[in-house]
Structures are given as structure tokens and as C-alpha cells.
Design a protein around this ligand. Structure first.
Ligand code: GLA
Length: 385
């Protein structure tokens, strides 16, 4: 089947590199339905892949050079594959370069490459463009150099690129969503065992829509604040004598909180423990065909992320409150936070009221106009040609 994405990315590749690519791959952005800041605590998450995706075109080179280009950035980054090392590549190219470095470091036997990424995922909005870039690059390089790691292994390599090359201490949720998500389903992910389950999630079949509000709030201090949250959780697990906060149950929460000396850390722990429980409840509802009832869990997740985990910002809280006041079944911040997107589970007939309410609230507060769209759970990354 002819795919215009392949034609477009191939034309772009010829323009930049002067020859045809040998293949094209696609990798989607993601939204997390629930289970935020749980992945690096060995906990649970429930993401979907978005219809928005990026396309990678690539061709092998015989001289050991890598030439990397991203549609959104005007320059080509060039280096010898053998010279790539953590910290050596600044800016956008670190994700592509990091994925190639991770493959080389783990003995995947890849060589030089020309590689172009073109994206329709809104960037800087917490929809995981970086994970999609890393996964797409791993797929392209391994596809061309004759090894085809399983999707979960691609996710692990892509996470390594972010953790060890680009310096972002993220968990495995984004990359797993990018690689393993499926149309019409949400991905229930156990971040300790890495077991997954495809859970039915078809909002339209239940008369609902999943509304996404890109608040366009500038995401400030994201990496430092994220790393600080992660450190607090690890420190709490150490004090509690458990491998990770996953091992604290809701029933055991009062005792755990009493053992922690610091109020801030207590609140972080309360978020993680209750959020894991909310994921399990949401999964049970989706499994039994009752997704509408997941709405209040979304809203409770938001409250916990706002008050206990402190990763929200005024634009996000405004969007959540406006959507709820216009009848949304539930609404919450999605992704790492400090700006980014809100999701709302909305009755199909209330979509336009919710959108209007959010726009009006933003105008009243003098915020930039938000971008609003509805999302269907879409397919994970794959080769296109
Ligand atoms: C970012 C990270 C993920 C996850 C989320 C919060 O998206 O990349 O690993 O921790 O934040 O749930």
C-alpha cells in the first residue's frame, strides 16, 4: 500500500542527503491514561500510542560516519559512529546519536548511517517525541544492519539512549508505549516484570472521546525537577527497606508514612502508592467494559500529582478544572508534568462544551491559546518500507 509518509520522508531524505533511503520506519507519540511517576518506582502504567507519529528514513554508509538530521532543526549533525560518547552530543541530535551509541555499546554491530526524522508529534508538550526518536532510530539501524531485536528490547535500548547518553533519568513507560501499544487498546505495563497486557480501550464504543489539551505552557526545569522526584522516591524506598515504592501497598501506607521523617517525602510516597492502586482499578474497569467509571480515577490522579507530587502548573490546573466544570467524566495532567498536556474523558456530546470551557478559561487567565484534539489509541512503531 502506498503511504504518503514514506513518499514525504523519502523526498526529504533525498533533499538533505542527495540519495534514496533504504527504508522508512514510523514511531508514535504517547499519552499515559494513568500511572504517572510510577515507572521508575517499579510500578504500573497504562499508556496508549497517539495517531501522531514521526517517520525515520535511513541508509547505510560504508565510511563509519553518521549524519543525522531532524526536520525541525536546520543543521545536519555529523560524527564518526566510533566517536559517539555520552555527553558529547548537545541538543536534539543526542537522541538519535544516543540510540546509535547504545546499539554500538551493546555489540549490535551497526555501521555508518544517514538518518532523517520528520515528526508530526507536537514537540515540547510531553507527548514523548524523544522516546519515539530513540525507538525509531534503533529500529532503523537494526533493520538496516540485519538484526531485529524484539520490541521490548528496542524499548530498553531506547531508554538507555535517554538515560546514559542524553542524561534524562526516565523510566521505561514512554518507550514501551511507543513500541508495544496497539490500536483500540491501552497497554497495561508492569514496570518491574515488564509484563504487558493489551486492555480494550475504545472510548467511541462507549459514547466517549479522549480529549487532549496541549496547554502550551513552557516546560521549565523539567529534567532537574524530574531527577529530584526520582531521588526522593529512591531515598524513601531505602529508608523503608524495600527494593522500590512498588512494594508499599495502600494498606501498608500509614505505617510507611509514619516511618518517614520528612513531610515532602511522605507526600511523594503517598502519590506513588495511591497512583499504583488507581492504575490497577482502572485496568479492572477497562477489562470489564466499564471505562466510563475510570473518570474519577483520572481526577484523583490529577489531585495527587498536583498536591502531593507537585508536578502541575497553573495552565494545567485551569484546563483540568474547566473540563470538569463542563461535564468531563475525569481529567488529569499526563506525562512527566511541569507543563505539557491534559487528558479528559468526555461524553461524545460534551466534547465541544469542554473545548469551549477550556478556551474561555485560558482567555480569561491570559494564557496562550491551547491546542485541543481528540485521540484514538493507535498502533506502535513499525517498519513502513
Ligand atoms: C516522563 C518519563 C517517563 C515517566 C513519566 C511520568 O514521561 O519519560 O518515564 O516517568 O515522565 O510518568
Amino acid at each position: 500500500m502506498n503511504d504518503t509518509r514514506v513518499d514525504d520522508v523519502s523526498a526529504g531524505f533525498r533533499k538533505v542527503f542527495g540519495s534514496d533511503p533504504e527504508g522508512a520506519w514510523t514511531a508514535p507519540g504517547r499519552i499515559n491514561l494513568i500511572g504517572e511517576h510510577t515507572d521508575y518506582n517499579d510500578g504500573f502504567a497504562l499508556p496508549i500510542a497517539l495517531p501522531h507519529s514521526l517517520t525515520v528514513a535511513a541508509a547505510r554508509r560504508q565510511d563509519g560516519l553518521v549524519r543525522l538530521r531532524s526536520g525541525q532543526f536546520p543543521d545536519v549533525f555529523e560524527a564518526r559512529l566510533a566517536d559517539l560518547s555520552p555527553g558529547s552530543v548537545p541538543g536534539w541530535a543526542a537522541y538519535q546519536a544516543g540510540a546509535l551509541w547504545a546499539l554500538t555499546d551493546e555489540g549490535y554491530g551497526i555501521g555508518g548511517l544517514d538518518l532523517l526524522v520528520e515528526s508530526s508529534i507536537p514537540t515540547g508538550t510531553g507527548l514523548s517525541t524523544s522516546a519515539a526518536v530513540c525507538c525509531g532510530t534503533v529500529l532503523a539501524a537494526t533493520g538496516l544492519y540485519g538484526s531485529e531485536p524484539a520490541p521490548a528490547e528496542v524499548a530498553r535500548l531506547a531508554q538507555r539512549a535517554e538515560n546514559d547518553f542524553a542524561g534524562m533519568p526516565c523510566g521505561i513507560m514512554d518507550q514501551s508505549a511507543v513500541m508495544l501499544a496497539d490500536e483500540g487498546r491501552a497497554l497495561f505495563l508492569d514496570c518491574r516484570s515488564l509484563e504487558t497486557e493489551q486492555v480494550p480501550f475504545d472510548p467511541a464504543a462507549h459514547g466517549m472521546s479522549l480529549l487532549v489539551v496541549d496547554t502550551r505552557a513552557p516546560r521549565r526545569l523539567v529534567e532537574g525537577a524530574y531527577a529530584e522526584r526520582r531521588r526522593s522516591c529512591e531515598e524513601a524506598a531505602r529508608i523503608l527497606g524495600v527494593p522500590a515504592l512498588r512494594d508499599v501497598s495502600v494498606a501498608g501506607l500509614p505505617e510507611a508514612l509514619a516511618a518517614l521523617p520528612d513531610d515532602l517525602v511522605r507526600r511523594r510516597v503517598r502519590h506513588v502508592v495511591t497512583e499504583n492502586a488507581r492504575v490497577l482499578e482502572a485496568v479492572a474497569l477497562l477489562r470489564s467494559g466499564r471505562p466510563r467509571e475510570a473518570g474519577p480515577l483520572f481526577t484523583a490522579s490529577h489531585t495527587s500529582l498536583r498536591d502531593d507530587y507537585e508536578v502541575s502548573v497553573p495552565e494545567v490546573d485551569t484546563a483540568v478544572a474547566a473540563a470538569l466544570s463542563a461535564g468531563a467524566l475525569g481529567a488529569r495532567i499526563t506525562g512527566g508534568g511541569f507543563g505539557g498536556c491534559v487528558i479528559a474523558l468526555v461524553d461524545a456530546e460534551a466534547v465541544s462544551d469542554c473545548e469551549k470551557a477550556v478556551r474561555a478559561a485560558f482567555a480569561e487567565r491570559g494564557f496562550d491559546e491551547p491546542v485541543v484534539f481528540t485521540a484514538l489509541p493507535s498502533a506502535g512503531a513499525r517498519r513502513l518500507s
